[in-house]
Design a protein around this ligand. Structure first.
Ligand code: ADE
Ligand code: ZN
Length: 327
């Protein structure tokens, strides 16, 4: 159950993988439609990122057509709306589909149609972020970037996700530089508790020039890094229920410390169909862990501050948070 204050608080989601919103039942229905074997049951928790990703990539096999991607996106946007999300910036993993023979056009067009329908139906507003799979390497990322350019107007930025071990940001410096030149905004995952976490975070700043970091909680171990992230007002998209289901720790204290130390920390759902909750449920989990309404409202503000929104729309969203908390 989500507390009324949290349900009504206008929220921005900046870290959600569309493929990670594929609910088990929806996956089963798609599998039946396409004559595939029903998906395996999902466990309540995972033994880290790689263990989770194996399930995640197996499940996406049921996404085959433009309509499948449209349905997936519509279902997420409807849930986000019910959870009080007023703006969302959604990741998708094109290589997880093109590698199976699904055309990029079907993926992007399906998602875009659902976004248009949602906007026409009262929102939330949304934008799309293309994530390269870091374990597919830089050459595949370059090819994917080139293939994305016909859809440039439908895609706000690029990110980097999947298995981080042995795939530092530096490996993708050139392709991110090309993406920036093409007009894309830049973000990258730095998942919790990964080997070389601090090196990866510094590379995001020094080599890539990212505009946000996805997760990034390990920064708290490096005072100089915290100071630099605070100085740049760089958004950090933390995902508490993801932390709980992958690492057995919500990391609520880390979120409170990030706030305390002046970081632009935001709260998000990551892969909600796997981790037991959408964005309001993540706020609720933090409230249960002891965060106050004032702290949660500050986090909601941070979401809109870190979003890739034009100034006037950002200001309207921030005003909505302020009006809500003043009421
Ligand atoms: N792909 C989907 N969810 C992810 C996560 N939490 N970290 C890295 N890659 C992902
Ligand atoms: Zn993620």
């Amino acid at each position: 159950m989500v507390d009324d204050f949290i349900a009504g608080l206008p929220k921005c989601e900046l870290h959600v993988h569309l493929e990670g919103t594929l609910e088990q039942r929806h996956c089963g229905a798609l599998a039946a439609r396409h004559g595939l074997r029903p998906p395996a049951d999902r466990p309540a928790s995972y033994d880290g990122l790689a263990d989770f990703l194996a399930d995640y990539y197996a499940a996406v096999d049921c996404l085959r057509t433009e309509d499948d991607f449209r349905e997936l996106t519509s279902a997420y946007l409807a849930t986000a709306r019910r959870q009080g999300v007023t703006h969302t910036e959604m990741f998708f993993d094109p290589q997880a589909h093109t590698s199976r023979g699904v055309a990029l056009e079907a993926v992007v067009t399906g998602i875009h149609r659902a976004q248009e329908e949602c906007t026409a139906g009262g929102g939330p507003s949304s934008s799309l972020i293309l994530c390269f799979l870091r374990d597919a390497g830089a050459e595949s990322a370059r090819e994917t970037l080139a293939a994305s350019l016909p859809y440039r107007d439908w895609i706000a930025g690029v990110g980097l996700d999947s298995d981080e071990r042995g795939h530092p940001p530096a490996e993708f410096a050139e392709v991110f530089s090309s993406a920036r030149a093409a007009g894309y905004r830049l973000t990258m995952h730095c998942d919790p508790l990964q080997p070389d976490a601090l090196l990866h975070l510094w590379q995001c700043l020094d080599l890539i020039g990212v505009e946000r970091i996805d997760h990034g909680v390990d920064c708290l171990r490096d005072d100089r890094l915290v100071a630099e992230l605070a100085r740049r007002r760089l958004g950090l998209t933390v995902c508490p229920l993801s932390n709980l289901r992958l690492y057995g720790d919500l990391m609520g204290d880390a979120v409170a410390e990030m706030l305390e130390r002046g970081l632009l920390v935001t709260v998000n759902s990551d892969d909600p169909a796997y981790f037991g909750g959408y964005v309001a449920d993540n706020y609720e989990a933090l409230a249960d862990a002891g965060l106050s309404r004032e702290q949660l409202a500050r986090i909601a503000r941070h979401g809109f501050e870190a979003a890739w929104l034009p100034p006037e729309r950002r200001a309207a969203h921030l005003q909505a948070v302020d009006d809500y908390t003043a009421a």
